[in-house]
Design a protein around this ligand. Structure first.
Ligand code: SF4
Ligand code: SF4
Length: 357
């Protein structure tokens, strides 16, 4: 399945001739040739001046990072009624196409990938999780990645202070993107293997051999698991390093220190390479991309306004490093688009449009 999807992507890119890569200087000229908004226009739209789509996305992202961990917020503010109510209905709330571990103690929502990985490893076929995931992705595309996923949000914030992002060469980017497909295949192979061995009653030796990879093989590497499961677990056990003795206990705590270093390195890389984890390593993002490529809501370009030979601003600002100009005007069928709308916000000619088709 991984190879088919990649082949389709490559074929699609080959069908459309590559555009000349416009330099940053040319990009500035493209901006300069455009009429600036007059003060009268700006004053006639004060809401638009303060409240644009970029700010709206930041607001929604913060809301979700707090909201997804609402049990923690409720525990601080005496919201036991909310906690009890949500726990009662949580079994009917579907998982969302984001990265959010099922067993995070403070989380009120789980990620589809995290959930079906565990369900496969438990010997169940995840009809409900897969069904709701596919429906959400076909309708909304990967908007969950762009607007809700907590680790996606943290990467966006890590990138914010840096105005000079690095864009790898297209071939390097393509090779790096393959990694998440390979991770997905390995993780799902292990999950199904463990699940089948449980059904046949032969799981004891296998789960012992796989150790921390037996229940959900991606968890030890998942930044969301490290931040929202392992980290709270350290704190709740009173192992927070308030002194040297305590620090020693934390260092003793198996995987945690290398895991924490891994997350810090990913966020540090995101400073130069926006959404580095989503682009190259996230197996959840890879499977979400397969079903979201032809989503009902997507991005298109207005051919009467877009000037692809002299401007590449949409590509420069795209956090997923998508070659937007290579796709047809009508609909940008990229499995990597997270519907963040950065291209729409920055397009000086207002050529990027949201398509419902
Ligand atoms: S690709 Fe990024 S935003 Fe999407 S689920 Fe993975 S970490 Fe979250
Ligand atoms: S194409 Fe536009 S909406 Fe999609 S990820 Fe890139 S900037 Fe965001």
């Amino acid at each position: 399945m991984a190879e088919d999807a990649e082949k389709a992507d490559v074929e699609r890119e080959e069908e459309i001739p590559p555009r000349k890569d416009v330099s940053r200087e040319e990009k500035t000229e493209a901006y300069e040739g455009l009429p600036k908004r007059s003060y009268r226009e700006m004053l006639s739209d004060p809401v638009g001046l303060i409240f644009n789509v970029r700010m709206l996305r930041r607001f929604v992202q913060i809301l979700f990072i707090v909201g997804i961990n609402a049990y923690f917020v409720a525990s601080l503010s005496g919201g036991e009624a909310f906690t009890a109510f949500w726990r009662n209905i949580s079994f009917i709330i579907p998982a969302l196409p984001i990265l959010s571990p099922l067993q995070a103690p403070a989380a009120i929502l789980a990620g589809s990938f995290d959930t079906f990985e565990r369900e496969f490893a438990s010997g169940f076929f995840p009809f409900y999780t897969l069904g709701t995931m596919i429906i959400v992705l076909i309708v909304l595309g990967r908007a969950g990645c762009g607007w809700m996923c907590p680790f996606g949000t943290l990467q966006d914030f890590a990138t914010l202070p840096n105005r000079k992002k690095i864009r790898p060469a297209p071939n390097t980017e393509t090779e790096m993107r393959r990694l998440k497909a390979y991770i997905f295949i390995i993780v799902m192979f292990l999950a199904v293997w463990v699940g089948v061995s449980k059904l046949t009653g032969t799981s004891a030796a296998l789960t012992a051999a796989l150790g921390p990879f037996a229940e959900a093989a991606f968890d030890p590497f998942s930044p969301a698991y490290i931040l929202f499961v392992a980290f709270p677990s350290i704190i709740s056990r009173g192992l927070w390093p308030t002194g040297l003795g305590n620090l020693w206990y934390v260092l003793q705590w198996g995987w945690f220190i290398p895991q924490l270093i891994f997350v810090i390195v990913i966020l540090a890389i995101s400073f130069w390479f926006p959404r580095a984890f989503c682009r190259w390593l996230c197996p959840a993002g890879w499977i979400y991309g397969i079903f979201s490529k032809d989503s009902l809501i997507g991005i298109g370009r207005n051919p009467a306004k877009c000037t692809p030979d002299t401007c590449n601003i949409c590509e420069v600002v795209c956090p997923m490093n998508i070659k937007i100009r290579r796709f047809p005007y009508q609909h940008m069928h990229s499995p990597d688009c997270i519907l963040c709308l950065e291209c729409k916000s920055h397009c000086p000619r207002k050529a990027i449009v949201i398509r419902f088709s």
